[in-house]
Design a protein around this ligand. Structure first.
Ligand code: PMP
Length: 361
C-alpha cells in the first residue's frame, strides 16, 4: 500500500495507553480505586429497554442541567464529550491547523503530544519546575515562551500530571489575561482532590479565550463511562459545540453520572480516606534516604529517587502485582504512583520500601 494520500502520516503513531489485563494493583492509570458511588450500580440496574434503544434526543440535557445546578455554571456555557480526552481533541480540532504552535507542560500527559503530532502542530514545551517539597508552574517561563512563539493554545494542567501540583489562581489569571488572542486550555481532570478557590463563572464571563476541561473519570470513579465536560464563554462554547458528539452522551452513562453527583457524602468520605492514605504513603517513602515524594494536589504522587535503579524498582513491583509508571524528565527517571485504598497502599508500601532499598546503584 503506497497511496499518495497516506504519505503525510508515515511514521506517525496513534497514542495508546498501557495495555493492562489485570484488574488489581493498578497504580498506573490514576483511576479511582475506591470505586464509584453504589448509587451508580443501582441506577444501572433500574434501566429500561427504552433507555438503550432510543436515540438521545431530549431538548434539555439532564446531565447538563445537573452539572449546572452543582457547579453554578450556566447550561449555555457547559458542554459534554466522551471523556475529557475527547475535549482536548475537539479543542485542537476546532482551533488549530497544520503548522500552528501549541505550548505544553513538560513533564505532561503524552496524549497531548500524540494528538499534536497527527495534526502536524509544532510543540513548544515549558518546564514544570521542582521546588523543595512541591513542583510548580513557572509562570514567567510560560509567558516568555508564549511571547516568543505566539502559540494558538496554551495547555495548563491543574493539578498537573504527573507532578501533582496546582497552579495558583493568580498565576492562571495572569496567563489568561496576558494572552487574549491565545486559547488557554485548563485541564482540570484531577479536580476534587484539593481545595478549589477559583470563581470559574466570573472567569468565563470576563474572558472569552479560556476553556476548562473536566471529567467523571477521576474524582467520580467512572473512567470506563467516558464522561467529560467543560465550560467556556457562550461564544467559545458554541464554536466547540460544532465538534461535539451528535447525540451528546449515552443516556445510560448520563444517568450514572447524575447518580454520582447526587451522592456527595460518599465522595467526600472516600476522598478524605484517599488523602489520608496519600499522606501516610508519602511520609513513609520520604523517610528513605534520597527519596522525595512531592506534595500532591491529586490522587497520585510523583517520586524522585536519586541513586536508585528506577527501572529495576518497576520491574520488581510489576512482578509483585503492582503496576506503576516511570516518567523521564531532565534525563532522570521518576515514578508516578496512583493512590489506591488504604488496604492496597499498606500492602504496596511494604513491597515498595523493600524494593527501593534493594535497588541502590
Ligand atoms: N487529562 C489528564 C491530565 C489526564 O491524566 C487524563 C487521564 N489520563 C485525562 C485528562 C483524561 O481523562 P478522561 O479522558 O478519562 O476524561
Amino acid at each position: 500500500m503506497n497511496n499518495q494520500l497516506f504519505s503525510d502520516y508515515v511514521g506517525i503513531t496513534r497514542y495508546a495507553g498501557v495495555p493492562t489485563e489485570q484488574t488489581t494493583g493498578r497504580l498506573h492509570y490514576n483511576e479511582n480505586l475506591y470505586g464509584p458511588s453504589p448509587q451508580c450500580m443501582e441506577t444501572l440496574n433500574s434501566l429500561t429497554l427504552e433507555d438503550i434503544s432510543l436515540y438521545e434526543s431530549n431538548e434539555k440535557d439532564e446531565l447538563l442541567e445537573a452539572l449546572s445546578a452543582e457547579t453554578k455554571i450556566p447550561v449555555e456555557n457547559l458542554f459534554l464529550n466522551n471523556g475529557s480526552a475527547e475535549n482536548i481533541k475537539s479543542i485542537l480540532s476546532v482551533f488549530t491547523k497544520r503548522g500552528d504552535t501549541i505550548l505544553l507542560p513538560d513533564p505532561g500527559w503524552s496524549y497531548y503530544t500524540g494528538i499534536a503530532n497527527y495534526k502536524f502542530l509544532n510543540i513548544v514545551l515549558y518546564k514544570i519546575k521542582e521546588g523543595s517539597t512541591k513542583c510548580y508552574h513557572d509562570v514567567s517561563q510560560i509567558k516568555e515562551l508564549a511571547y516568543v512563539h505566539q502559540p494558538k493554545v496554551i495547555f495548563i494542567t491543574t493539578p498537573a500530571m504527573p507532578t501533582g501540583n496546582k497552579i495558583s489562581d493568580e498565576d492562571l489569571l495572569d496567563i489568561i489575561h496576558s494572552f487574549p488572542d491565545t486559547l488557554i486550555l485548563v485541564d482540570e481532570a484531577y479536580l476534587g482532590f484539593s481545595e478549589y478557590t477559583l470563581d470559574p463563572v466570573k472567569i468565563i464571563e470576563t474572558y472569552d479565550n479560556v476553556v476548562f476541561s473536566r471529567t467523571f473519570s477521576k474524582y467520580y470513579g467512572l473512567a470506563n463511562l467516558r464522561i467529560g465536560y467543560g465550560f467556556a464563554s457562550t461564544a467559545l462554547k458554541n464554536i466547540l459545540w460544532l465538534d461535539m458528539p451528535l447525540h451528546r452522551l449515552p443516556h445510560v452513562n448520563k444517568r450514572m453520572a447524575i447518580a454520582a453527583l447526587q451522592d456527595k457524602e460518599y465522595y467526600l468520605a472516600i476522598t478524605e480516606e484517599l488523602l489520608k492514605t496519600r499522606d501516610q504513603f508519602s511520609a513513609r517513602l520520604n523517610n528513605i534516604e534520597n527519596v522525595k515524594v512531592y506534595e500532591s494536589d491529586a490522587n497520585f504522587v510523583y517520586v524522585r529517587l536519586i541513586g536508585y535503579d528506577v527501572e529495576k524498582i518497576k520491574k520488581i513491583t510489576d512482578g509483585a502485582g503492582y503496576l506503576i509508571r516511570i516518567f523521564t524528565s531532565n534525563n532522570e527517571k521518576y515514578l508516578r504512583i496512583t493512590i489506591g485504598t488504604k488496604e492496597i497502599m499498606d500492602a504496596f508500601t511494604d513491597v515498595l520500601v523493600e524494593t527501593i532499598l534493594a535497588s541502590k546503584l
